[in-house]
Design a protein around this ligand. Structure first.
Ligand code: ATP
Ligand code: MG
Length: 381
């Protein structure tokens, strides 16, 4: 069975137990757009403990907000009890979620009309004109934009994210509300902003979305960003940007590496961005530059820039362990512990740059002369 059939099976099972259930949110939007939803989230009138009794494998993934995950044939389905969210005092998260409300209330708390529809095999529930906005390709808040951004300021960045992913325009009143309330973004956890911004940068409509961001001025309330960086992001044309290297793009556009840390990205993302960003503009790479990259990083670089830097297999060595000498040889030649790393690094560089052949006799001789020079230097100090 396909994922959609399993989702419908869940709906029918819940209905059989006297409840209501619908596919909601992004999956409905994607299906109406004839796109394949990555996952199917469901909403139900039943309480989490009632859902848990209906299916053999259920993981309580978010009981505090009414969510359990049903696993069918290795596929996960998030099922959340209809809920409303009350009094957002910090513009970040609801102070309290109330479970067991109506479908209407559940849809009313959602961010944009295109994300606020519910679907079951017998019909679509569209209370806010979501279908119309899909047809006219508009991102528009459910209800008054000021109120909705006041409840949760992250929605402002999500608006640009959906513009970019779907290549939609922004409803003028929604844009005006962002212009008025952009400073509230400062109260939002920076990781949440980063996650939405990443999706924005990976979307096909990122140029337009960034242009509207510029117009609203909201970028100034994000860490380290300014209009120069945004304009750079708009004009840069790096094709193969993926979530692994999207921050490379931002560094190339001018974000300072220290500011990247503020966004709290994974070590892998941060490391990759800092390694690749300085190389993106280089037409050619030296052997040493290629040596310092992993095969994967070099592949990413080629993919992003459309260049064809030669693979690392053509290098004399590909890693330190490929040298015909090792640390033990250094000890035997009488090097001090703290010199070993430095000596090996020196050999690595000589071999990679083609100044020395990777032959044991040659390298041992080089270490001796390196040691003599080095020894003289350190005895002078
Ligand atoms: P994607 O396909 O990228 O996952 P999505 O629409 O599923 O897109 P999610 O962030 O997974 O987006 O959120 C799922 C649904 O939850 C949204 O479609 C929306 O209805 C609701 N939602 C998510 N975040 C918010 C928010 N900050 N405010 C209001 N509703 C939200
Ligand atoms: Mg989703």
């Amino acid at each position: 069975m396909k994922m959609l059939e399993y989702a419908n099976h869940i709906i029918q099972t819940i209905e059989g137990a006297g409840g209501e259930a619908y596919i909601v949110g992004g999956a409905v939007r994607d299906m109406l757009l004839k796109r394949d939803p990555g996952d199917y989230d469901l909403a139900t009138s039943l309480l989490p403990e009632e859902v848990m009794q209906l299916f053999p494998i259920v993981i309580p993934t978010g009981l505090e907000h009414g969510t359990v995950t049903v696993v069918l044939d290795h596929m996960p389905f998030e099922i959340t009890t209809f809920r409303s969210e009350t009094t957002y005092s910090d513009r970040r998260r609801p102070d309290a979620v109330t479970l067991g409300v109506s479908l209407e209330e559940d849809l009313t708390r959602r961010d944009f009309t295109i994300n606020a529809m519910a679907l079951k095999p017998t019909g679509l529930v569209d209370l806010f004109g979501g279908q119309d906005d899909l047809a006219s390709k508009i991102v528009r808040t459910v209800g008054r934009a000021e109120d909705r951004f006041n409840e949760d300021a992250l929605r402002m960045i999500r608006a640009f994210r959906f513009m970019s992913q779907l290549e939609f325009t922004l409803d003028p009143q929604t844009e005006q509300a962002i212009t008025n309330q952009k400073h509230h973004l400062q109260s939002v956890a920076v990781e949440r902003i980063a996650m939405e911004f990443e999706k924005l940068l990976l979307g096909p409509g990122r140029k337009t979305a960034l242009q509207v961001m510029l117009r609203t001025g909201i970028y100034a309330d994000m860490p380290g960003l300014d209009d120069t960086i945004l304009n750079q992001l708009i004009s840069l044309d790096l094709n193969g940007v993926s979530s692994d290297n999207v921050w490379t793009l931002v560094l190339v556009a001018g974000l300072r590496p220290e500011a990247l840390r503020v966004f709290k990205r994974s070590k892998k993302q941060e490391g990759r961005a800092k390694t690749l960003a300085p190389l993106v503009q280089e037409q050619t790479l030296s052997d040493w530059q290629r040596y310092r990259l992993s095969d994967e990083e070099l592949e990413h670089l080629n993919h992003m820039t459309g260049r064809r830097h030669e693979g690392r297999t053509s290098l004399p060595i590909r890693r330190l362990q490929d040298l015909t000498v090792n640390g033990r040889d250094m000890i035997e030649l009488g090097l001090q512990k703290k010199q070993i790393k430095e000596a090996l690094h020196h050999l690595e560089r000589q071999v990679v740059d083609g100044r020395l052949e990777n032959q044991r006799e040659i390298l041992l001789k080089e270490v001796m002369s390196w040691k003599n020079q080095h020894g003289t230097e350190s005895s002078m100090h």
